[in-house]
Design a protein around this ligand. Structure first.
Ligand SMILES: [Fe+2]
Length: 197
């Protein structure tokens, strides 16, 4: 069952949701579908979209705020807004499925990692930084699912608030979190802060 998001969504967002739904209905290789979602996300985050207060509200006392924007009734995708306060950051992580990230506002720092182990030992992973860069509004990144390496970390780099829009090919509630020094990873459950009381 679809959970109700409190506020009416801006038409720019509902148009985006329709577009993503149509893209995923088309018969195409996943890489092409994710590329098309990336192009739609680029248009969304350069459209002048302003999130309603209920979606841009910062949850105090958490590492960063994840607000659910939309759950696809057919469970093909999920859209969330992440609101980053000054220097807030994610853990090093990857996703169980594809993911498209667009920067709507502010400055973010992205660090991408390569896995340099063979992936044969459950719970173990060796990582090496592949690249690090700053993004500005309008920047979009497309990530395909593992086993292709998509381990990454995102952080606010401009003093916040930075706002990013994430579209996932899954419920958006699970990620694998990596410990660089211990060379381990574990699966964690993630919350939507706007759905909490
Ligand atoms: Fe991520």
């Amino acid at each position: 069952m679809t959970r109700e998001i409190a506020s009416p969504l801006p038409s720019l967002l509902t148009s985006y949701l329709d577009e993503v739904s149509k893209i995923l209905d088309r018969e195409a290789p996943l890489k092409d579908q994710v590329g098309a979602v990336g192009a739609a996300t680029k248009r969304l985050v350069t459209s002048g979209l302003v999130l309603p207060p209920s979606l841009s509200r910062v949850q105090p006392g958490v590492p960063y705020t994840r607000n659910l924007v939309h759950e696809d009734p057919r469970k093909r995708f999920t859209v969330i807004a992440i609101i980053w306060g000054p220097s807030q950051e994610t853990a090093i992580h990857d996703h169980v499925n594809w993911c498209v990230v667009g920067v709507l506002q502010g400055l973010a720092r992205v660090t991408n990692f390569d896995r340099i182990d063979d992936g044969m030992v459950p719970g173990k992973a060796q990582l090496r930084v592949r690249e690090q860069y700053l993004t500005k509004p309008g920047t979009v990144a497309e990530l395909l699912p593992p086993p292709r390496s998509n381990v990454h970390q995102m952080a606010d780099a401009g003093g916040g608030p930075t706002i990013t829009i994430h579209t996932y090919g899954d419920p958006g509630t699970r990620a694998r979190v990596f410990d660089l020094q211990a060379e381990t990873y574990k699966t964690v459950e993630l919350k939507f802060h706007n759905l909490e009381g």
